[in-house]
Write a protein that binds this ligand. Structure first.
Ligand code: GDP
Ligand code: MG
Length: 418
């Protein structure tokens, strides 16, 4: 039995996609368990550079079954485009499956996402994710499995449309037409119905027969609906707890929880980000790390490594190991700062406060000497410069869990396994 969860230990975009792509060579099944196409997981391998938004990052191995789990939300039009792009690049998607319980993102969810001033302030990706999860929780959602029952689907849409049109009118948007939505759904049914399954018997058999299963999280703990920087959070739980719910694998079968973090910190979207740099160091991190969102191409906010957020991720996910990515981005810095605590008023704290969303915390830093050597060719721990080893050891010490992987470039091969 081997179930491994891979989650983001910061604000998202830590490099989960590339870690999944690396680990999937030994996997039988990869499951995305929450979120939708607001994710952007970049994979660089011999087949090319791919930005995956819905399709799990195990798709590059034909023998690996890839599943969008019950906890995800799926924009069928977007998924069909992503499938077409992958096929065009020579990547087979014949092993991609969708659980019947995943919810459908409709055009009205996209239109309502971020509508109005309040929405705009939060900096959402406008992919309809907040609205579709709120419909799910208000029992107004439509599930992927409903697409294959046109009569039921039509009834469900008729039931929800009056209220949706009320919302559309509130934001000055044109009313929705049932016929148009049904036509779209018919196209999706024709193209996707062969992939729509009840995944639970398959997942259960895979767990019981000891197959290697990877659960792929999206975003990071700081965007969790319960524990993140609400309301600048996402609408689901990108944590190990969410992984169990969204995949249908009970907690006691999880053997390993890997937290992915960059060697510095970044955040896309609004909300508190205590170590954010607005100086030349921030620009340098953005430039060297190519920190532009995979979904929106928005410039990512960049800052020094936040170990307070990491410790929070370690606890909330029960992390058993870390994967530290993008070490190479720090190669040319003279000095590197590491945030070990926050100052709130005259208090020094190392636990993430729930008041962080009020923006009143000030990072407390340690200063580290840069190693000023390229790490990009390193493939073993011993090949890393002493300064980089010391910096990573300190991160490990602050986290209280071992670093298992270090990446020194975006390509699949640029990985050190400890
Ligand atoms: P995810 O959302 O957690 O999967 O991460 P993203 O794919 O959104 O962002 C990570 C970015 O960093 C991508 O552009 C990756 O290609 C890139 N990347 C990942 N690992 C490394 C690394 O070790 N070094 C460098 N330079 N880039 C990396
Ligand atoms: Mg991303």
């Amino acid at each position: 039995m081997s179930v491994t969860v891979v989650v983001g230990a910061h604000w998202g975009d830590e490099g989960k996609g590339r870690v999944i792509d690396y680990l999937a060579s030994k996997a039988d099944l990869v499951i995305r368990f929450q979120g939708g196409n607001n994710a952007g997981h970049t994979v660089v391998n011999d087949l090319g550079t791919f930005r995956l938004h819905l399709v799990p990052s195990g798709i590059f191995y034909p023998k690996v079954r890839c599943l969008l789990g019950a906890g995800t939300v799926i924009d069928p039009a977007y998924l069909l485009q992503e499938i077409a792009n992958l096929e065009k690049a020579g990547v087979s998607t014949s092993n991609l499956w969708l659980d019947r319980r995943a919810h459908v993102v409709w055009s009205y969810h996209r239109l309502l996402d971020g509508a109005g001033e309040h929405g705009a302030k939060l900096g959402t990706t406008r992919r309809g994710i907040g609205p579709v999860y709120s419909d799910k929780h208000a029992y107004r959602g439509i599930r992927i499995g409903d697409l294959v029952h046109p009569k039921l689907l039509s009834q469900r849409l008729e039931d929800v449309l009056p209220l949706k049109n009320h919302e559309m009118a509130y934001y000055g948007l044109p009313p929705l037409e049932l016929g148009k939505l049904l036509n779209e759904a018919e196209e999706w049914r024709q193209k996707l119905s062969g992939r729509i399954i009840d995944s639970l018997p398959i997942v259960r058999r895979a767990v019981e027969s000891g197959q290697n299963i990877l659960l792929e999280g999206q975003l990071g703990v700081m965007r969790d609906i319960d524990w993140g920087i609400y309301p600048y959070s996402t609408a689901s739980s990108p944590t190990a707890g969410g992984a169990c719910n969204g995949s249908g694998i009970p907690p006691r079968f999880i053997r390993e929880v890997i937290g992915v973090t960059k060697a510095y910190s970044t955040s896309v979207g609004g909300g508190p980000f205590p170590t954010e740099l607005s100086d030349s160091n921030g620009d340098k991190l953005r430039q060297l790390g190519e920190e532009y969102g995979a979904t929106t191409r928005r410039p990512r906010r960049c800052g020094w490594f936040d170990a307070v957020a990491l410790r929070y991720a370690v606890w909330l996910n029960g992390l058993s190991a870390l994967a530290v990515t993008k070490l190479d981005v720090l190669d040319s810095f003279d000095k590197i700062l590491l945030c070990t605590a926050y100052r709130v008023g005259d208090q020094l704290i190392t636990d993430m406060p729930d008041t962080i969303a009020q923006g009143k915390v000030e990072p407390v830093y340690e200063e580290w000497q840069g190693w000023k050597t390229s790490t990009r060719e390193a493939r073993t721990w011993n090949a890393l410069p002493n300064g980089a080893q010391a910096y990573l050891r300190r991160i490990q010490e602050l986290a209280g869990v071992p670093i298992r992987y270090v990446s020194v470039g975006a390509h699949r091969e640029q990985m050190i396994c400890l």
